[in-house]
Design a protein around this ligand. Structure first.
Ligand SMILES: [Zn+2]
Length: 400
């Protein structure tokens, strides 16, 4: 970390608050509400409560600490990035003296993209040329914290071979199963000789023996499990309902595959992305017609296309509504950054608003309200509440 970006400061604030015991788990923090003021960094919880207000000078020290650790991976004294006892992996790293901490390097080991020219890239390659890495079995290793996705948890602990393709593994390189995957491949030999990995769950653990799989870890961290899987699948995986209604317990593998069915792995991503480009094309087409809306057939064409986009998204509305019901404010924005459709929500929001506007102009106020309600319930940001009350007033005035 050279530049002191907001991201660095946010990360430093989280580490600082965890270390000082002000914060139990990263998943408690609402990143969108946490902010930098003139003198302090304010960390806000998902329930809107203030967690900590950290003086900037302490944070700067925290940032410096992190970059010092990066420069010298084997002399780390941050509880979050230091294993309790150095395993073979750490010892190899300390010999390499790479310009990054163990956690960062470990993420790149067997990862999909490493800049081979950089010092860091060369360090990663040096680790990968360890005979244990090139000859032996490899173990899929997920980074365990509240942002880990179920598909990665499900792969954690799976055994692979060099040269032999397997799930999300082309035989030589990992194929990210999902956007922004932080998993890495670890030689089985390294893992079997002990060592720990960095873990942040709601029990506040800092590291865990590598022999413990993600599937075992998640069952011991109920809050993190619900954050990762969502309340519905999370409750059933834990066999413990959040509300009074009893739940049917499911096993870890079923929880993972249910989640994949809902949100998709790489195939799902590709599908969603294909949908998205269709949506973009349709939206542009609709707006071309809408620009010439003085002619009725153009307005009709625009409306038909916007309705098509809306109906294509309807099943997503149901999924998302179910997922965010009962969640604290801001939860959706935190999670939706992982859902491809939501990443480009901007133009979809415009399409839905445009649809409501046309319905409104045509006097179809109930239809306009239904659109706004569905979109709002699914957590899509926008001026939905204002629109709903405006259309409701018009609806009330209308003669029946
Ligand atoms: Zn992953």
């Amino acid at each position: 970390m050279n530049a002191e970006s907001d991201e660095d400061l946010f990360e430093a604030a989280i580490r600082y608050a965890l270390r000082k015991g002000k914060l139990n788990a990263r998943s408690d923090v609402d990143k969108s509400k946490s902010r930098l003021t003139a003198e302090t960094f304010v960390i806000v919880a998902v329930d809107g409560k203030l967690i900590d207000r950290i003086p900037l000078k302490n944070l700067r020290r925290e940032v410096e600490l992190a970059s010092a650790q990066s420069r010298n991976a084997n002399r780390s004294n941050d509880a979050l990035s230091a294993p309790r006892k150095p395993g073979l992996f750490s010892r190899l790293l300390s010999r390499l003296n790479p310009p990054a901490g163990e956690n960062q390097v470990s993420l790149e080991i067997g990862g999909s993209d490493v800049d081979e020219e950089s010092l860091y890239g060369r360090a990663v390659r040096a680790l990968e040329s360890d005979p244990a890495w090139s000859d032996g079995d490899l173990i899929w290793t997920a980074t365990l914290d509240s942002e880990t996705r179920p598909i990665c948890l499900g792969l954690d602990g799976q055994q692979y071979k060099r040269g032999k393709p397997g799930p999300y593994w082309d035989g030589h390189k990992k194929i990210d199963p999902i956007w922004n995957c932080r998993c890495y491949m670890m030689p089985k030999q390294w893992r079997d000789r002990g060592g720990e990995r960095i873990v942040v769950g709601d029990r506040g653990e800092k590291s865990l023996p590598l022999s413990v799989t993600g599937g075992e870890w998640i069952l011991k961290n109920p809050r993190t499990a619900r954050t990762i899987f969502g309340e519905d699948i999370g409750d059933r995986l834990l066999g413990r309902p959040t509300s009074g209604k009893p739940v049917q317990k499911i096993d870890f593998a079923s929880a993972v595959s249910e989640w994949i069915d809902m949100f998709g792995a790489r195939d799902g991503d590709t599908k969603s992305l294909a949908h998205l480009s269709t949506h973009v094309r349709l939206y542009e087409e609709a707006m071309n017609h809408y620009a010439k809306r003085d002619e009725k057939e153009n307005l009709d064409a625009a409306l038909a296309i916007l309705e098509e986009i809306y109906s294509r998204c309807e099943s997503s509305f149901r999924h998302y509504s179910k997922m965010i019901s009962g969640r604290p404010a801001g939860w959706a924005e935190n999670c939706y950054q992982y859902i491809p459709e939501m990443q480009t929500e901007g133009f979809l929001v415009k399409a839905f608003q445009q649809l409501a506007i046309i319905y409104d102009k045509q006097g179809r106020h109930s239809d306009a309200i239904a659109v706004c309600e569905n979109v709002a319930q699914a957590g899509w940001s926008g001026d939905w509440a204002k629109r709903i009350s405006r259309y409701q007033k018009k609806l009330a005035k209308k003669p029946r």
